[in-house]
Design a protein around this ligand. Structure first.
Ligand SMILES: NC(=O)C1=CN([C@@H]2O[C@H](COP(=O)(O)OP(=O)(O)OC[C@H]3O[C@@H](n4cnc5c(N)ncnc54)[C@H](OP(=O)(O)O)[C@@H]3O)[C@@H](O)[C@H]2O)C=CC1
Ligand SMILES: CC(=O)C(=O)O
Ligand SMILES: [Mg+2]
Length: 529
């Protein structure tokens, strides 16, 4: 379905001009009161005129990304069956089993497709199992690839796997878009996923697949199962936190006068995100010369039962690696007690528990550290572990802060404090662009790690002086070029690059080549299909 741009010319007066219409669209958008209304308006605009849509988003990144992505996309997902207007993206249901190939073949982009974001809706942000309502998260992520990295719209494929839902209120909802059934058992789901991946390989041989918001067990399992068989990654277990942490650790070590590696990190939340991020942070220590064992010892994890220790009965597989052996005693369940035991320099929240970092917790962190690192990373904002203004006030301005969803700057005692946004949206657009351009066969660990380091190195002098830990989002296109560059070089080093021509390019030429490949919203042939 190409947007109806041809008919627009017939119905508009002769003095109609694009520039005016952009302003008109922006005014219409801003007249909407709620985030959800703005989301609905923007998605309608994308359908009517995708060029104006992307022009507006590119020109107003800070204002519009929080609508298309977290936090508002969370509302859009929760209410998707009710706000649904037109088909967008691809649903593949468990009832398609046996002929998934045929469903994929129907996607109009065919061989042009380069990147798919695939969710099964089972853990959308921190909102739980939303079933078929999860599609907007895939659409929102792909909009970020387009806006943030310059991936061509027509090459993107948003996919929601409809395997039912275990959330009864959706099954009971007469407007629910998806299948009214419970999710399948592991055996049935594995068989479905195997056919899905085999079919994707056949129909879209040049595709990069991003798994998104699968529930924790499946996030790890399907990544392990498929990552060497197809070009697959999962950005929820990804690298963005490492980038911000490197910059935060520099600031906190400098203030404390301690060596950079002298960090103890407490993860509050040990799901796919908590454990995935913890594994990424290992490299922070190992590049500084610590052994794997020493690096692991710097990391503590907490779940709903408290500090994760190796002697706990029935510990889930993904929690065993970081389980502590140096604590014996009654389970440590209160966060305050855990902080007193661990004495962390950094507290990272991936728990989905709103306000879990209470005033007492934050003040204790500030008492123990000149510059405490506090990253409440759960999304959307309504599930964030602590609000920025509170963190600034309770630490008397000393906090080094990054949250999963955006916060505004705050004034405190006459000074302006700028929050960081530790969200994988900084990484995956550039990682995707680099993977697509290098025609990498797989996404290797070092491609992800180099992406993270490139992001951390991308701070400008002014951003460093402002003590930011992430660059300003308004520069996302340039940042994505830097990340894509690092990813391409890493793919070459690992020998997984299919585009061997890039190997002979000098750094400057490669850099310019990446820039020249970024799609701009002037080419109407690249319509959103
Ligand atoms: N900023 C970013 O870029 C990203 C942010 N996220 C966010 O991370 C969050 C978590 O995602 P994910 O790991 O997949 O989700 P999970 O539901 O798998 O994990 C949540 C974790 O928090 C723990 N937890 C729940 N309640 C408590 C509690 N009261 N006290 C302590 N721990 C608790 C759970 O414990 P138990 O294991 O015992 O159930 C579990 O370990 C989401 O909000 C998501 O939006 C995810 C990816 C990227
Ligand atoms: C940001 C993201 O991917 C998440 O919260 O799941
Ligand atoms: Mg996610």
């Amino acid at each position: 379905m190409a947007p109806g741009t041809a008919s627009l010319a017939l119905r508009t007066p002769p003095y109609f001009c694009q520039t005016d219409h952009r302003q008109r669209c922006l005014a219409q958008l801003r007249s909407k009161v709620s985030g959800l209304e703005k989301y609905i308006y923007l998605n309608g605009l994308k359908e009517r005129d995708f060029i104006i849509f992307y022009e507006l988003v590119l020109a107003n990144v800070l204002e519009l990304i929080p609508i298309l992505y977290t936090p508002t996309v969370g509302d859009a997902c929760s209410n998707y069956s009710h706000i649904w207007r037109h088909s967008e993206g691809l649903y593949i249901s468990i009832e398609h089993k046996g002929h998934i190939r045929d469903v994929l073949r129907a996607w109009p982009a065919g061989q042009l497709a380069r990147i798919a974001v695939v969710t099964d809706g089972s853990r959308i942000l921190g909102l739980g199992d939303l079933g078929a309502n999860g599609l907007p998260i895939a659409i929102g992520k792909l909009d970020l690839y387009i806006v943030g990295a310059g991936v061509r719209p027509s090459t993107t494929v948003p996919i929601c796997l409809d395997l039912g839902t275990n959330t009864q209120k959706f099954i009971d909802d007469p407007l629910y878009l998806g299948l009214r059934r419970k999710r399948p058992d592991t055996e049935e789901m594995d068989a479905f996923m195997q056919e899905f991946i085999d079919s994707m390989k056949e129909i879209f041989p040049h595709l990069l697949v991003q798994f998104e918001d699968f529930s924790t067990d499946n996030a790890f399992r399907y990544l392990d199962l498929f990552r060497t068989k197809y070009c697959v990654f999962n950005d929820d277990v990804g690298a963005v936190v490492l980038s911000g942490f490197i910059n935060a650790a520099k600031l906190s070590s400098q203030a404390a006068g301690t060596p950079l590696h002298d960090q103890r990190i407490l993860f509050f939340g040990a799901g796919s995100a908590g454990i995935g991020v913890a594994k990424q942070l290992m490299s922070f220590f190992t590049v500084l010369g610590l052994s794997e064992e020493e690096a692991k010892n710097r990391i503590y994890t907490v779940d709903s039962k408290g500090l994760i220790t190796a002697d706990r009965k029935g510990l889930q597989a993904h929690k065993t690696y970081f389980a502590r052996t140096d604590y014996t005693g009654p389970p440590l369940t209160s966060l305050i007690d855990i902080i007193r035991f661990v004495k962390p320099t950094a507290l990272l929240g991936l728990s989905t528990i709103r306000n879990a970092f209470t005033e007492e917790v934050v003040r204790l962190m500030a008492k123990m550290n000149k510059r405490p690192i506090i990253f409440p990373l759960s999304n959307p904002v309504a599930l964030c572990e602590v609000d920025f203004a509170d963190a600034v006030q309770w630490t008397n301005g000393s906090v080094i802060f990054a949250s999963g969803s955006p916060y505004k700057s705050v004034e405190f005692k006459g000074k302006t404090y700028e929050p960081g946004q530790g969200n994988n949206m900084y990484i995956f657009p550039g990682l995707g662009l680099g993977t697509i351009l290098s025609k990498a066969k797989h996404v290797t660990d070092s491609m992800v790690e180099r992406a993270s380091i490139a992001l951390s190195d991308s701070l400008t002098r002014e951003e460093k002086e402002a003590q930011l830990v992430y660059p300003r989002l308004g520069r996302i296109r340039d940042i994505s070029v830097e990340i894509a560059f690092a990813v391409i070089r890493a793919a070459q080093k690992d020998g997984v690059d299919g585009n061997t021509l890039f190997r002979n390019l000098s750094d400057d030429v490669l850099f310019d080549t990446i820039k020249s490949k970024q799609w701009m919203p002037i080419d109407r042939r690249s319509s959103v299909l």
